[in-house]
Design a protein around this ligand. Structure first.
Ligand SMILES: NC(=O)c1ccc[n+]([C@@H]2O[C@H](COP(=O)([O-])OP(=O)(O)OC[C@H]3O[C@@H](n4cnc5c(N)ncnc54)[C@H](O)[C@@H]3O)[C@@H](O)[C@H]2O)c1
Length: 334
């Protein structure tokens, strides 16, 4: 079987995770890399045995590739995605799809017109616990949704990198996407509250309240204040209250931790864990799904750009609410 040949753009922290994940997908071959920082692209090529490093963005689109994987910073998805679609490639793009609705619309229109896959990287739809929750909801056993509460807290050590983007767009976007997926209905109104305990560009502490049509309530929380010495990178939780039952999940306390004289460590067991040097978990499963869709020339029914656009719309309204200090009504927003 011919492998799915991929060109990866953006070789930073998560680009490295994508390279690890693709290495664990038998049908995938990362054939070319590009990064505006050539040094990091060459380092990744050496580490992962990638034959080609492109000198300029446009060069990657001239190669014999089936798909382009865009793992650039949140504000830099538009150009590499649009050029990939124009070159006739299928595209995987990390979350958020884009940081503006106008960019999301142009990407979606371009992919639709060209008949190319545009798959957004909402990996939690492939994470076992969140996906099981979706199945449980669809079985009807939880009844109708009354409320959802999501926590996605992070170590302070990640702030210098991800503080570049408002936390609603950077991190709450995961839970906004999940809540839209679970609720299966649009959002009516939002209110965002940001606070800044450190000296970053954006808030390091953010709460968003989301009211869905029909009255379902959602609360998204992201706080980037876990002390660097705690040995904990992520503290995530999700609780869904239904009329007939409750779904409840936590990362902390972890199922596995290491206790050393130098301190405590709680490794990631779900999103991008490594075993015997190889990737497992949600990211690997998500990228394997992308390769299967590309090989079959079929769009995904799980990861759809239109859904990712809705999450961007809600995140954007939460950012606006945080700055304006008032509710933002998005009823009727397309
Ligand atoms: N799904 C998840 O759980 C998850 C986790 C982490 C990051 N992400 C997403 O992945 C994306 C990348 O994040 P990251 O952590 O790797 O960031 P990063 O800053 O570590 O890496 C970004 C890389 O892109 C390069 N770059 C910047 N602008 C570019 C351009 N115009 N063209 C080519 N290369 C460019 C930079 O040199 C850098 O190497 C973001 O959208 C982020 O939100 C998702």
């Amino acid at each position: 079987m011919r492998k799915v040949r991929i060109g990866l753009i953006g070789c930073g922290l998560f680009g490295e995770s994508h390279l690890q994940a693709f290495r664990a997908v038998r049908e995938a071959e990362v054939a070319a890399l590009y990064d505006i920082n050539p040094e990091i692209a060459h380092r990744r090529a050496a580490d992962f045995g990638v034959a080609k490093v492109c000198r300029a963005l446009d060069e990657i689109y001239t190669l014999d590739l089936d798909a382009i994987d865009v793992v650039t910073p949140e504000d830099d998805h538009f150009e590499p995605v649009m050029k990939a679609i124009a070159a006739g490639k299928h595209v995987f793009v990390e979350k958020p799809l884009a940081t503006s609705l106008a960019d999301c619309d142009r990407m979606i229109d371009a992919a639709r017109t060209a008949g190319r896959i545009l798959m957004p990287g909402h990996l939690l739809r492939f994470e076992t616990r969140y996906a099981m929750l979706k199945d449980e909801l669809e079985s009807g056993r939880l009844g109708r949704i009354v409320s959802m509460h999501a926590r996605r807290n992070r170590t302070k050590a990640l702030l210098p990198r991800y503080g570049r983007t408002h936390p609603a767009m950077e991190n709450c976007i995961h839970d906004i996407d999940l809540m839209l997926w679970y609720a299966g209905r649009p959002v009516r109104k939002v209110r965002g509250f940001g606070r800044r305990a450190t000296q970053g560009k954006h808030s390091d502490t953010f709460f968003g309240v989301i009211e869905f049509e029909g009255g379902v309530l959602g609360v998204v929380e992201t706080i980037w204040m876990i002390p660097k010495g705690a040995g904990i990178m992520l503290n995530d939780a999700f609780q869904l209250v239904g009329s007939e039952g409750i779904a409840d999940m936590h990362l902390q306390p972890p199922a596995l931790s290491f206790w050393y004289e130098s301190g405590y460590q709680a490794p990631d067991l779900f999103y991008d864990p490594r075993v015997r040097g190889g990737a497992r978990g949600a990211l690997r499963d998500e990228l394997a799904h992308f390769c299967a869709c590309v090989a079959d020339h079929q769009p995904s029914t799980v990861l759809r750009a239109e859904d990712a656009r809705r999450a961007v719309q809600v995140a954007q309204a939460l950012v606006e609410s945080d700055y304006a200090g008032r509710d933002i009504d998005i009823t009727g927003w397309r």
